[in-house]
Design a protein around this ligand. Sequence first.
Ligand SMILES: Nc1nc2c(c(=O)[nH]1)N[C@H]1C(S)=C(S)[C@@H](COP(=O)(O)O)O[C@H]1N2
Ligand SMILES: [Mo]
Length: 328
Amino acid sequence: MLIKKKKSWHIPASEITPEHLFLSRRQFMQGAAALSLSALLAACGGSKAAETAPVGRAPATNADMTPGVVAETMDELGDKLTSYNDIITYNNYYEFSTDKQAVSRLAAGYLTSPWQVEVGGLVNKPGVYDVDDLKSLFDQEERIYRLRCVEAWSMVIPWIGFPMSQLLELVEPKAEAKYLRFETVYDPDNMPGQKSRWYTWPYVEGLRLDEAMNDLAIFATGLYGKDLLPQNGSPIRVVVPWKYGFKSIKSIVKIELVAQQPTSLWMAAAPNEYGFYANVNPEVNHPRWSQATERRIGELSRRPTLKFNGYEEQVAHLYADMDLRRNY
Ligand SMILES: Nc1nc2c(c(=O)[nH]1)N[C@H]1C(S)=C(S)[C@@H](COP(=O)(O)O)O[C@H]1N2
Ligand SMILES: [Mo]
């Protein structure tokens, strides 16, 4: 008898609740207004990010689909690594597409070298860093983390990167600095999704400074023993594993230390659905679906979602005096 195995990336459409299917007419109108404003801004010379980052794309080549060498095959809970193929072909990256299975193709050949990251705002030592220099300045470590998307699917990914705290110590945040604000590259000519009027580009995310100083928070430059591919946020991205995946912002060009809580792209798009903290929490449902369980990519049955995505011991103290229902 021939048993036809479902492809591991196949997920019945009924299980997926895309983050993007929510915009009301009012938000659509705001989006339209934002578009005409950004068109005006572009006419005035474009964004700073577009000037500091390389833009363009190389002819798409056959990307190497073989993983590199990893030190471990499981996370600390005994969950096995998601396959390299799933990690590089099932992606949320709205700058390229809202279709997870189209992102890797559309991002293929996107040029991410050389690449600079500007670190500024409320710091004593602002600077512009070449990603290659960051990689030699700080030891690169492997960190096996669970990634839990707010859409209720998850993966286990062996990242390569360095703790955020190391870069922060280098730039010396001032006493007034309370938050970090991250920005993804703005490059609509090469990122077709950025032509969409539904979102306020560039993608922005933020963390509280003490969250960023936590040892779990890293800047990732690789996974599965190799440099990141464009679809995973090459050449450098944030990874904060106790928060929903959307906090782990890809392909960053700017990090600013600020006094006020930044407004992320998702907070601007749907403030009633996405808050600043976005800590993984099975007890607080998304307004449109349950967060109690999740589907691990490559597995068939669902599993319970863990508070703080299983990192409670390391991070719960950061939120000791907070109401996690109000601060969602
Ligand atoms: N700039 C940017 N960063 C982003 C996103 C995005 O659309 N744009 N999607 C987020 C979401 S919703 C998730 S779940 C993760 C997915 O990361 P992965 O594709 O590397 O698994 O990236 C996050 N970072
Ligand atoms: Mo996500």
